[in-house]
Ligand binder design. Sequence first.
Ligand code: MSP
Length: 527
Amino acid sequence: MTKPHFYITTAISYANAAPHIGHAYEAIGADVMARFKQLDGYDVYFVTGTDEHGQKVEKSATLAGKKPQQFVDEIAAQFEAMCQSFNVSCDQFIRTTADFHKKACQAIWKRMEENGDIYLNKYAGWYSTRDEAFYTEDELTVLPNGKKISTGTKTEVEWMEEESYFFRLSAYTDKLLELYEKQPDFVQPVFRKNEVVSFVRQGLRDLSISRTTFGWGVPVPDASKHIMYVWVDALTNYISALGYPDANAEKFKKFWPCDVHLIGKDIMRFHAVYWPAFLMSAGIPLPKRIFGHGFLLTDGEKMSKSIGNVIAPKDLIEKYGVDQARYALMREATFGQDGDISYTLMTNRINAELANNLGNLVQRTLSMINKNCDAKVPQPGILEDVDKRLLGKAGQAMLIAVRAEFEKMQFSKAIEEFIAVSHAANLYIDEQAPWALKKTNPARMATVLYVLAEVIRNLGLIIQPFTPIAAQKILDQVAVAPSERGFSFIGEAHALKMGTSLPAPSGVFPRIVDEAAVSSSGSAKTA
Ligand code: MSP
């Protein structure tokens, strides 16, 4: 039987500065989703990478005194290393300076041109290099010093006047509105979709899509003094990664249209307006969903080097460990909204949910089995209602609830579902008191420990997308074969076999001892 397909991408990050925690957040979100789908029986393809062209990158390279290619090679390596350090299981790390990608950009350009959507004219207007975006006069604020900034993003704009190719975006206003209407899930969450719809309703202007005043980018086909607007180049990564424009590209045939482009809220317009318009023009099917996540904030503020509240990706891993860091990021913020994180919040969360709740359940149960059941899966007697209730919670019902949250990309809610099961198992252990049963009713003790081991097996399976290393340790400790770790093994049909030998247990989620977290106001420290 062929598996259903699932293609997920992140935004590709500008290769102009080192990765920060916001980039890690997005990559981990996509990874959690990719792993979930793969475990749930899908054939998954997951792409992330770096956006390496454009004026902003060129300027940063010049400032660093480096040639652009050398500069982006160094930064791309940092992004790739950051992804690896967080166990981000991407199938491809794409870089827009790769030749195959540049060819794809030229191919899509030609398709749009053949469709009559590209024409030469002169651009005169405002441009923010930081955002690589054009703004109209009414999107700007004039500062007391006379400088103009984009009202939305607070970045400075410059007047730009040069010959430019234009994309006939104005011709797509109605088609886009029809798209949002017919495919209500195309842009998510819904409040972001509403912003996009009201922007498009105002009517769209044609978009300048080439520049002649700098050189770092993909040349326009047959007009090489023009460099493509970096967003035409960057968005094309989603199809070049699959082998576009090769009509026989297996991956393109298999995985396009994309299931989810996971991006930040600041780049909705490019993905939900420009990208579908380019694709319509080029006659390429549209992605199924654009999901805009919120920003990570510290103490309610945007992370910034000058405020000193930046949490560096590697600090987080050093402090908590990879799994715990992934968990904290996915747990602390509601995916879609902005989320406040601080070391205090994260430490408390990791201790409460991973160390004291889940970790403690695993540790208590497995050490009792090790000591009292000859280190083997115990033999259960007849199950009482209380046993069945707990097993019921930890089986298919848990998977169905978690899956429903994943469909909405509500990762924190998905975590709540299985943490509630772990909590119920801890209550059960306290009530049943297997340590007391040891003397009074050893057969019942064996049943209770069997039920708990089975709950742990199910929990070990379901936590895999979030904490893959710890999940592996837990599943090893209850002797689940590597071939039996997909979600189809959740539930009673694949319950543990009594008598199976279990290895000596060892802790999976240590408690984080963090004086600062208990006493500080919660600000992140980057000592
Ligand atoms: N290069 C463009 C994207 C092109 S996609 C075809 C870009 N790059 S970026 O480096 O500025 O941002 C990459 C991603 O990180 C974006 O989705 C952005 O929203 C996200 N984040 C940047 N800062 C963030 C936070 N503080 N929090 C969460 N995500 C944030 O935009």
